[in-house]
Design a protein. Structure first.
Length: 367
């Protein structure tokens, strides 16, 4: 089969000029108040080069699968020397991906995927309460357990203890958000975004982790007491407009910029943005000193805004757990926001972009 050298369209595309990105906001600006209204368009590119091919190689790259009031997932295109490539999705959550196959005779397998999205900030007006309808089956779906997110035993007992006395789902979510911020911490030594084994966190008392651990804990606690909740897996694209370095992406090098957020469903507000993990990240890393209180002037605006909102310098890939990569020999993934690959030697380490090797970059498209 001939190699595919041409650019392959996965959806309708249009060429646009991509100017330089806006600089960081002033570091001393300690406000953080993202508000919706302004859409931003981004183009981001993932390039994979398999440095040590052994036999045939298969690569899986996440494609933005989310279309919501805060994100429009547009076209994706690819180029490379794969013998075959196709768009696929996992069976349960519909997470889209590019699957590329390379012949055993290919000495330097490579593929480049470029996707375009539009995003905007999110914020919840808590004073505005309207009845929001959501399909009952959908809400039930987002209260189910996953492999690493049980909703019984110590998880349910913890949630019940934390929310004792709560009268509404809003009260429960507020209590759980505050409890997660107060009882977990960002642990920089954890690889990648963490694992998300929330039962182990609670049983061992080891509450340090990253977004894949901390936001998963928040989601699991919510689900265990009947509040629909989900993780949203994605990547930061550009600097924060509010000057927070730990809430920013460096568009020239996004290989380690993956970040998951969370959403909960509240009947008077719909699906609401949440991110207790980023509160913890700011507390641990934004300043040289580990800040231990959410009342600190650096932390307070972030703690307030991320209960109900987030900044649109980030894009979502999917909301998938326990992802079975089509045609993979290795185990299911707890989540899917990193490039993955397998060859005769087994599955490559997706958390080592320099050895894999892959690069991720982004540009903002200014109309």
């Amino acid at each position: 089969m001939p190699k595919l050298q041409r650019r392959q369209f996965l959806a309708t595309s249009a060429a646009l000029t991509l100017p330089a990105l806006a600089p960081f906001a002033a570091a001393q600006n300690r406000t953080f108040n993202p508000q919706p209204g302004e859409w931003r368009t981004f183009e981001f590119t993932t390039r994979v080069e398999v440095l040590k091919p052994e036999g045939s190689t298969r690569v899986w790259l996440p494609i933005p699968s989310v279309d919501t009031p805060y994100q429009q997932s547009l076209e994706s295109t690819w180029s490379g020397n794969a013998t075959a490539a196709r768009q696929a999705s996992d069976d349960k959550y519909g997470a889209k991906m590019l699957v590329a196959d390379f012949a055993a005779t290919e000495a330097k397998p490579y593929i480049e995927l470029t996707s375009r999205v539009r995003t905007q900030n999110r914020a919840t007006d808590w004073a505005q309460k309207i009845a929001v309808k959501e399909d009952a089956a959908t809400l039930k779906y987002w209260t189910q357990a996953s492999d690493l997110m049980p909703i019984d035993g110590i998880v349910k007992q913890t949630a019940q203890d934390v929310t004792k006395g709560a009268k509404t789902d809003y009260d429960k979510v507020r209590m759980l958000f505050d409890w997660v911020v107060d009882n977990t911490h960002r642990e920089p030594t954890v690889r990648g975004c963490g694992v998300g084994d929330i039962k182990a966190m609670l049983e061992t008392g080891n509450m340090g982790g990253k977004c894949g651990d901390i936001n998963a804990l928040f989601v699991g606690l919510c689900r265990s007491i009947g509040v629909p909740a989900r993780d949203v897996y994605g990547i930061r694209l550009v600097p924060s407009k509010f000057g927070y370095k730990e809430l920013s992406g460096n568009p020239a090098n996004l290989a380690r910029a993956q970040h998951c957020r969370a959403e909960v469903f509240l009947s008077q507000h719909g699906w609401v943005a949440m991110d207790p993990a980023d509160v913890g990240k700011v507390m641990r890393l934004e300043t040289p000193e580990w800040l231990k209180t959410t009342k600190h002037q650096v932390v307070a605006p972030v703690n307030k805004a991320l209960f109900g909102g987030w900044e649109g310098n980030w894009m979502a890939f999917n909301t998938a757990h326990d992802v079975a990569l089509p045609g993979a020999k290795g185990p299911r993934l707890g989540f899917f926001m990193y490039p993955n690959a397998e060859n005769a030697a087994g599955r490559l380490d997706s958390l080592e972009p320099d050895q894999f090797k892959y690069q991720i970059t982004a540009k903002e498209v200014i109309a």
